[in-house]
Design a protein. Sequence first.
Length: 520
Amino acid sequence: MELNNLYNFKNPIKHFINIDNVNFPHDIANFSTSNLCWTVPINISIRKFDNTHRTLKMPNMLNFKRALLCYDTMPHFRTIKDVDPIHKRLSANIETGDFSTGEYDNQLEEDFERLSVYDNLIRLDIKDFYNRLYTHNLDFGGLQESFLTNLNAGRTAGLILGNYLSLYFAEMYLGKVSLEIQSKIVESGIECDFSYDFYFYCNEGDNESLVEIFENVLQDHELERNSKIEIWTYGSFNNYNMIARYWKKVMAHCNIRFKSDSENNKMYFVNQIVYRMSQLADEKLRKTFVNNFFKTEYFKDLDLDKFQIKNYDYHQLCFIFKSSPEVLLYTINKFNNMSRFDKSKIEKFLTVRYMESLKHPYHEEQLYYYFALKTLGYDSTLNHASDDAIKSRNQLLISYYLKDDFFNSSQINTLKRFKDEKYWFQNYHLILYVSDMRVNLNISIEEYLIPKKACDTPARPQKATYLNFYERNINSGIALIKEICDVNDEVENYLDLKIHEAREAYESECNDDEDIDFDI
């Protein structure tokens, strides 16, 4: 499971992908640059909170595995926060493929403590940071840079976003930048505390000077400040950060009304979530609130068979799902197993929202709706949308359609025209699941999967490396996506790990015997 988490760190699309099951060459740790070549990553579009999108890039898995074996001995590789423990806000947990539970609350408490001392908090950001990093400016500790650049078609300008290797090198670089900022602040004589992502706690009269220091240090590194400057006081920051308190209010409100010996409890928590969402300031907070509520131990352990479900509960649930489709990952299987749940009451909602999602470049949301429809058994809806699925250019979704045999022969022929290397992920599954593509397997692999650069250098063994790798895995029937039932299991395992992590974080800070709901 660790390789999946490193390959796709933090974003929930990691629950759908399975490269832990891939057969890698037994001697891959000994591969030199002559065995591998530049490869093109695939693009996954993710919705940002301002309804624009950012692009995650999934690298060639063979190249990623080799790069990982090269760099995982570097300092603090598995403990990124140790790069700069004073200024770094959050640390990564490779076991969960996420940032560590409990640290957000700890950081928030420190934010309030600092804001009670200083006039304000200035929050700054680096514009397009990953794309502006040059690999020749990174510290590889004497190791070869090319194993990293091979993940991004040989480019030295920019790191691809989405995997742990890029996060590690970016954080190592930010650690260097933060130390320079700290040095400049000390030289200036300004009284200030700061952490990154860049939070400066200072007095109002020093605001402009701190922004100037930040900009000057970035300029020395050929970086640029994002134009947006956020300034918070204790009061405004307190009003904005209401999420944790809202979780507890929802739970307390519902627990008062819940009777453990009854099967006629009402689903007050749904109504309370909708109400609390309306009290939050922006979309980012609302999504964070609902996503994390449904990841709590409270909801995970809730016995839904002890609840009635009314008509208004269905439309409120649909409102929650529409506000944050990610919630479907954590809830739909649980609701589907609820004896009184009438899935037909959300069929139209899921159908309409899925069809609408295919019109927009938010690939992860398309996967969430696919996951829900497949879990509930609405294959006809998915089948009906097959043309739109192709137009979405969502290679993960197209791979699921291939696996589930939702494409007709005409649509398969359309997919066969996408031979560019940037379609390697869906083409892997095209060959895996379409029988005539495997009649002459080596020819299909050469035509659809071998990196272009390997074909351009026939004197090297690169072409044979990729050919043998793909041939072995396709002949073994290994998919790079999980079965939907396995996605459910993976999500359950992820939630269990997060809850366990939350328990450990709590117990390390408090020896009280008081019962607590462990929130993520």
